[in-house]
Design a protein around this ligand. Structure first.
Ligand code: ADP
Ligand code: MG
Length: 332
């Protein structure tokens, strides 16, 4: 398995749950693992009943497992500050307030959140991954986030052209500096060039890592809406020349025993039959294989229940699969 593993899908399907279960499996198989949560609504902190922050910290009771949380809102603020500082060094004071206004506006655009999220997880891939064999993300690379994955090439070209223009303009400045006048701006240490270059390298790293070191899984629920959404997500990946490695079906209705009768049992049987149809459709229509089917529990998956769900998540870890079930046998 690749170093970076992503679990995508719509909100509520079980990305965080499945990510934590997979990370748990990896760690118990002896793979040093970091699980990264990017959704402040339901995060690794809820699953492990332990508060995590924006730096990796070890998960109590699970050897070899660290967790961290990124809040894209915070990232976005940090991002704005950085841009503000960078720019105020480079433009006149009169421009700063106008730039601030523009920045505030761009902050509110729908793409800004995804951009911050993208930066945040690429930042983790680049800066935090070193001590680990595996980094698991509960992020949702669908739609707009996926379009951001196309940014490396797009932005790369754009930055190349900007760099070229910037060099030209600096050349002109240097030529214009005659006599004992110092050239006003020198190529060497030019802050704008450096910034653009760093940004370009960041996106190059991101593109490479996504293509060669990452595996993408999509989590879905066995209902029509989720199946349709998964189809669209697979297409979005394909458009970006990325392949979805596998699909994880979560929240499957458990089947009642044969001798069970009555309204409840009939309801469950019908529901199970409908869900089977949906999963058949998934197998027939989608290229990525269905790699795991996880049943619905009667309560939220956290604490001891996680090990139990992890046992059902038959996704390769790359380690020795010595711990398939957790410390407790509780299965609901
Ligand atoms: N197999 C399951 N059985 C019971 N509850 C589940 C299961 N999978 C997820 N849940 C619950 O559903 C809710 C949403 O799951 P979560 O992993 O946070 O989804 P996402 O990260 O995709 O938004 C959580 O309360 C979680 O505990
Ligand atoms: Mg989540």
């Amino acid at each position: 398995m690749e170093e970076f593993v992503f679990f995508g899908g719509k909100g509520g399907v079980g990305k965080t749950t499945v990510s934590c279960a997979y990370a748990y499996r990896c760690a118990t198989a002896g793979v040093r693992t970091l699980v990264v949560s990017t959704d402040p609504a339901h995060s690794v902190s809820d699953v492990f009943d332990q508060q995590f922050g924006d730096a990796p910290a070890s998960v109590d009771g699970v050897e070899g497992l660290d967790a961290m949380e990124i809040d894209p809102e915070d990232e976005m603020q940090r991002h704005l500050e950085e841009i503000r500082e960078g720019l105020s060094e480079q433009v006149s004071a009169a421009m700063v307030s106008e730039i601030n206004r523009q920045l505030e506006m761009s902050h509110g655009t729908p793409g800004a959140y995804e951009a911050a999220l993208f930066d945040a997880f690429v930042g983790v891939m680049r800066d935090e991954a070193e001590p680990y064999d595996r980094v698991v993300f509960d992020t949702a690379p669908t739609g707009s986030t996926l379009r951001l994955l196309g940014l490396p090439e797009f932005l790369g070209d754009w930055i190349d052209r900007l760099l070229y223009k910037r060099k030209q303009s600096i050349d002109l400045f240097e030529k214009a500096a005659i006599g004992d006048m110092e050239p006003r701006r020198l190529m060497e240490g030019d802050p704008v060039l450096e910034r653009l270059q760093r940004r370009k390298e960041f996106f190059e790293f991101a593109g490479d890592a996504m293509r060669t070191d990452a595996a993408f899984f999509l989590v879905l629920n066995p209902d029509q809406l989720s199946v349709n959404e998964t189809g669209r997500a697979i297409e979005a990946f394909t458009e970006r020349d990325l392949r979805v490695r596998g699909l994880v079906a979560n929240k499957l209705t458990p089947e009642p025993d044969d001798d069970e009768e009555g309204r409840g049992a009939r309801y469950l049987r019908e529901k199970v039959a409908t869900e089977r149809d949906r999963l058949d459709q998934v197998r027939e229509e989608f290229e990525p294989p269905l790699v795991a089917e996880i049943e619905s529990r009667t309560r939220e998956v956290r604490g001891d229940l996680l090990a139990n769900v992890a046992a059902e998540l038959d996704v390769e870890t790359g380690g020795e699969e010595r711990a398939r079930t957790g410390p407790t046998g509780d299965s609901n």
